[in-house]
Design a protein around this ligand. Structure first.
Ligand code: CA
Length: 228
């Protein structure tokens, strides 16, 4: 599993411990020692998950979580809160922040990695290596293969990521800007027309197996994958 994880933690020793263990588990790690830096990183590109310390200098972890939940772009971003005492966890629960999980310090790195994996499975399936099936298509991230009726379909890297994201988030309409955020990791410097170009290529690649109709254009809104 290879996800991009933003770690917001101000204690250098804990930051280093988390970083080494997440990298060992195959993840890309972005580091921030305060919420302001984290905010800038999220603005540049969406991570797959945020590991967020409760006690930070300046804006607290809770206020930062609230900020992420209050913005349509980051509302669904998975958050795991790091708390120093079990009591803090109860407080967060009371605040109904909607963090996806909590880890109390001191934690075992193995437990942390396992919790991250579980949250990604539930909330960011595009960051996992689980195979997905939809309509007549099967996509396996581990082998980087897409098949229809046992026949392999050749896709470019962007079309592969695009199809992976769509297949792990079926039936929902995705705006072009959301797809840029999720698939390209950049919603500022890439033109929205780029999405249309790659959707066209993806449909062309799926045409021979009759699966191109899975990808639907929702006029004025964006794209959706649907088997119905
Ligand atoms: Ca702290």
């Amino acid at each position: 599993m290879s996800a991009t994880i933003l770690v917001v933690e101000d204690e250098p020793a804990i930051q280093a411990l988390i970083e080494v263990n997440l990298r060992r588990a195959g993840h890309n790690v972005l580091l921030a020692a305060d919420a302001e830096t984290a905010r800038q990183l999220v603005r540049d590109a969406l991570p797959d998950l945020v590991l967020l310390d409760w006690m930070l200098p300046g804006m607290s972890g809770i206020d930062f979580a609230r900020l992420l939940r209050g913005d349509a772009r980051t509302r669904r971003l998975p958050i795991i809160m790091l708390t120093a005492r079990a009591g803090e966890r109860d407080k967060i629960d009371g605040l109904e922040l909607g963090a996806d999980d909590y880890v109390t310090k001191p934690f075992s790195p193995r437990e942390l990695v396992a919790r991250i994996k579980a949250v990604l499975r539930r909330h960011a399936p595009q960051a996992t290596e689980d195979a997905v099936e939809l309509g007549g298509l099967r996509l396996d991230p581990a082998t980087h293969r897409v098949t229809a009726g046992g026949e392999e379909i050749g896709l470019g890297p962007t079309e592969f990521r695009l199809l992976h994201f769509l297949m792990t988030h079926p039936e929902r309409v995705h705006a072009r800007s959301q797809l840029l955020d999720q698939v390209w990791g950049d919603h500022v410097f890439v033109e929205e027309r780029t999405v249309d170009v790659h959707i066209r290529r993806l449909r062309a690649a799926l045409e021979a197996s009759g699966n191109d109709a899975l990808i639907q254009t929702v006029r004025g809104s964006g794209y959706r994958i649907s088997s119905s």
